[in-house]
Design a binder for this molecule. Structure first.
Ligand SMILES: NC(=O)C1=CN([C@@H]2O[C@H](COP(=O)(O)OP(=O)(O)OC[C@H]3O[C@@H](n4cnc5c(N)ncnc54)[C@H](OP(=O)(O)O)[C@@H]3O)[C@@H](O)[C@H]2O)C=CC1
Ligand SMILES: CC(C)(CO)C(=O)C(=O)O
Length: 313
């Protein structure tokens, strides 16, 4: 694995990628931000400011390039792009990365499939417990919720420890997670709730601790999704998920979930890898009747995104 270069490449210059790049730079790491959706060889330096919950600002000059400026990438490659770009990125990255490890920061289930299919040798999966939102052209508002677990999908625990040390900064902590599949499912189910209910209600993440009615809907979705997790051999406890959902709701009160930001901006959402991925697994297991609310919420989000796109045309 190509760890010795000490270089960290972050793909996707959005809310997460920009905040991470600033934190790493301020901790003295060699970091390059690479566009996820553009590959035209352009290069620029941006002054990025990250605003923390107590109002403090962290700022740095960050170089932003595109992938075709790099014949090879030797270092840690962090994917902070929207996951629907993974298939195309896997194709572009596979001849550049050698044995450099990939660390996926994205929400959702099944998002690593393209990298397995293209034979990447080191794949690590992180589950983000933070919220980050672009406020204006130069500023990102960032809120840490809990240390973010990283686990091995394909790779080994020594390299994982090195990755965790390299990515950890005072502003954004990571930790080793042995049972990453369990955590991936837990977070994905929580996202099935946040990323559907909040956009449909046009409200912020705090709704679940403010409204018992919203929390009741959350409990029903959690119960449905847990049924599919169990059928897949992932044993989760509904009380644990409800507690985590409430903790995230409190900690990210006032923040808008990415799916709501995406719909408002006329961008594609990640709902396919959340409610629809659960529904698709349920279908394969002959359990589609057991996830009706999860599926309906997904369909409503998709429809809302389409309607919004049409009205913005
Ligand atoms: N924001 C948050 O609070 C949290 C986000 N996450 C996850 O982190 C990931 C990044 O989220 P976030 O930074 O908020 O998202 P943003 O939309 O702010 O940024 C995502 C970036 O993805 C890139 N991108 C968009 N479309 C494509 C495409 N078709 N192909 C390749 N790249 C593309 C773009 O990069 P560029 O502009 O460089 O082209 C874009 O800026 C997501 O998977 C999200 O689920 C998880 C937890 C919390
Ligand atoms: C659920 C939440 C808010 C937690 O980080 C999230 O995943 C997101 O903003 O996309």
């Amino acid at each position: 694995m190509e760890l010795n270069s000490g270089h960290i490449y972050i793909i996707g210059s959005g809310a997460i990628g920009k905040a991470l790049a600033v934190f790493l730079r301020l901790s003295g790491r060699k970091v390059t931000l690479i566009r996820g959706s553009v590959n035209d060889g352009s290069r620029k330096t941006e002054h990025i400011r990250v605003q923390m919950p107590d109002g403090t600002l962290h700022e740095a000059e960050i170089e932003i390039s595109t992938l075709n400026a790099f014949p090879t990438l030797n270092g840690i490659i962090v994917l902070a792009n929207k996951s629907f770009g993974n298939e195309q990125l896997a194709v572009v990255l596979k001849d550049k990365t050698g044995s450099s490890p990939l660390v996926l920061l994205q929400n959702g289930l099944g998002i690593e499939r393209p990298f397995f299919a293209h034979g990447f040798s080191e794949i690590y999966r992180c589950v983000l417990f933070v919220t980050s939102q672009i406020i204006d052209e130069t500023t990102v508002r960032f809120k840490p919720v809990a240390p973010c677990p990283i686990g091995v999908e394909r790779g080994n625990s020594d390299n994982l420890q090195h990755i965790v040390r390299q990515l950890t900064t005072p502003q954004l902590g990571f930790k080793n997670e042995e049972h990453i599949q369990h955590t991936i499912w837990k977070k994905a189910i929580i996202n099935c709730v946040f990323n559907s209910v909040c956009p449909l209600l046009e409200t912020d993440n705090g709704i679940f601790y403010r409204s018992e009615t919203a929390m009741q809907i959350a409990r029903r979705v959690i119960a449905e999704c847990i049924g599919i997790a169990h059928a897949k051999g992932i044993m989760l406890i509904s009380n644990d998920l409800e507690e985590s959902l409430l903790q995230i709701s409190r900690a990210s009160d006032g923040q808008l979930i990415s799916t709501l930001q995406d719909i408002r901006a006329g961008r594609r959402t990640e709902i396919d890898t959340l409610n629809f991925e659960i529904a698709s697994m349920a279908g394969e297991l002959g359990l589609i009747q057991s996830v009706q609310e999860t599926k309906l919420l997904g369909e409503l989000v998709r429809l809302k995104a389409e309607i919004n796109l049409d009205t913005n045309l």
